[in-house]
Design a protein around this ligand. Structure first.
Ligand code: AMP
Ligand code: GLY
Length: 425
């Protein structure tokens, strides 16, 4: 089978690493990939947003199965285009991707199909939202841009003044561009966040092991939101009851909802959840693997991933075996470049990668990296995800940080408290 992975981040490197291990794969391409995917796949210089270029690539290279990593090409309808050309695709079409690309749409589905989530209202007009905010008694409130904003479209104002300023910036100041022209005001949920992802062919689903992301840039969950500074799997807060509730009340219902709404959804449904005292509540849905959750979850998957992705793509997920998991936990620490998340720094030489290669149960997944002569250099905000497995979370964490200590580049930033919630319990 000839497989193409679309994307060039850490999620795509872990997918490439896992897909490469399948005996079913004869050729593996990654567009555009990074310095890490180049070690396990053939990188092709086509951007993940270049829909025409990707359609042409699948044709010239006779790609059998395309696995689309990021949300932007999914929302742009890449999966529809490729399917139209006869390629099997893991990833929803534009209609399915609206689950992530419009938070207002996702909320409507959740309300219609009784999926537990915080209450919310949608606004397009500043006067309307101002009136609504003035009547709010409890702060913080949650303001969200409706559209895609790379994980940065949420603000949590602590006061009416802050809320009004943020709402004005989104609706009238063009912050988040078109994505912010519709605004959601949502109930603030308290608790621990958990990500639960399921593979689906739109009819049945297979739930993956849960993970916990760390969205803020600094230790102790301080500073601005990022795409994710680390993840671990499984988080203790996601106990058996929690997971059973999430499967029944969230994942089964959303797959059913999509089918009822005539959406053929083949890929990942990612439920971003808050474990509140009243049970699991959906914060958001994503239409793809999480990044860096994938770097903590996929190394624990023992099953060959290719038959799973293929079964989703062709609507036969009911015919594959249950997923098999390594019981050992995994911890992934993200190393980011100087200036992230406001900016990023390119061209800094990364050292220590060869030394880490010698370590057992450690995998370095590249995100923003590139080759420059004989060196691997930084080429984006999030640079590396260093994943380790261990007999327990503490052992996995210690091993991941032992690897991180060997890696160096100018301006590097990483959190020192990944997985500490699990250990502080
Ligand atoms: P989102 O882009 O919807 O995942 O939101 C980004 C982050 O904002 C989440 O990971 C949460 O930390 C926070 N957040 C979003 N919605 C809520 C909410 N309703 N209550 C509390 N925190 C939230
Ligand atoms: N790590 C959060 C996300 O992938 O959306």
């Amino acid at each position: 089978m000839r497989v193409l992975i679309v994307g060039g981040g850490g999620r795509e490197h872990v997918l490439a690493w896992k897909i490469r291990q399948s005996p079913l794969v004869t050729r593996l391409l990654c567009a555009p990939g990074n310095a890490g995917t180049a070690e396990v796949a053939e990188n092709v210089a086509v951007a993940d947003g270049d829909i025409e270029g990707l359609v042409a690539l699948c044709r010239t290279e006779s790609v059998d199965l395309a696995v689309i990593g990021p949300e932007v090409p999914l929302a742009a309808g890449l999966a529809d285009r490729l399917r139209g050309g006869g390629v099997k695709v893991f990833g929803p079409g534009a209609a399915g991707a609206r689950l992530e690309s419009s938070k207002a749409h996702a909320k409507r589905l959740m309300q219609r199909y009784l999926i537990p989530t915080g209450s919310s209202r949608t606004f397009q007009d500043f006067e309307d939202v101002a009136n609504y905010l003035e009547a709010q008694q409890h702060y913080p409130v949650v303001l969200k841009a409706d559209g895609l904003a790379a994980g940065k479209g949420v603000v949590l104002p602590e006061s009416l003044d802050e809320a009004l300023a943020a709402a004005r910036e989104m609706l009238e100041g063009g912050r988040f561009g078109d994505a912010g022209r519709t605004l959601l005001v949502e109930e603030y949920l308290r608790g621990e966040e958990v990500s639960v992802l399921a593979l689906t062919d739109g009819k049945t689903l297979a739930v993956m092991e849960p993970a916990q992301d760390h969205k803020r840039i600094y230790d102790g969950d301080r500073g601005p939101n990022t795409g994710g500074m680390g993840a671990y799997s499984p988080p203790p807060v996601a106990n058996a009851k929690f997971l059973a509730d999430v499967e029944r009340e969230v994942l089964v219902r959303i797959v059913h909802a999509l089918a009822r709404e005539h959406v053929e959804y083949r890929g990942v449904v990612y439920a971003g959840l808050m474990a509140t005292r009243g049970g699991a509540r959906v914060i958001e849905f994503n239409c793809r693997f999480g990044d860096p959750e994938a770097q903590a979850i996929i190394p624990r998957l023992r099953s060959d991933i290719v038959p799973l992705l293929d079964a989703c793509a062709i609507g036969r997920l009911n015919q594959v075996e249950d997923l098999e998991w390594d019981p050992r936990p995994a911890v992934c620490v993200v190393m980011a470049s100087g200036g992230y998340p406001a900016s990023s720094h390119k061209g800094d030489v990364i050292t220590g990668l060869d030394e880490v290669r010698e370590m057992d149960d450690v995998h370095v997944f590249h995100a923003g990296t590139a080759r420059q002569g004989g060196d691997v250099v930084t080429a984006g905000g999030r640079v590396l995800g260093v994943t380790a497995l261990g007999d327990d979370i503490a052992a996995a964490r210690d091993r991941a940080y032992a690897a991180v200590e060997k890696i160096r580049f100018d301006g590097m930033q990483f959190r020192r408290d990944i997985a500490s919630r699990a250990l502080g319990r």
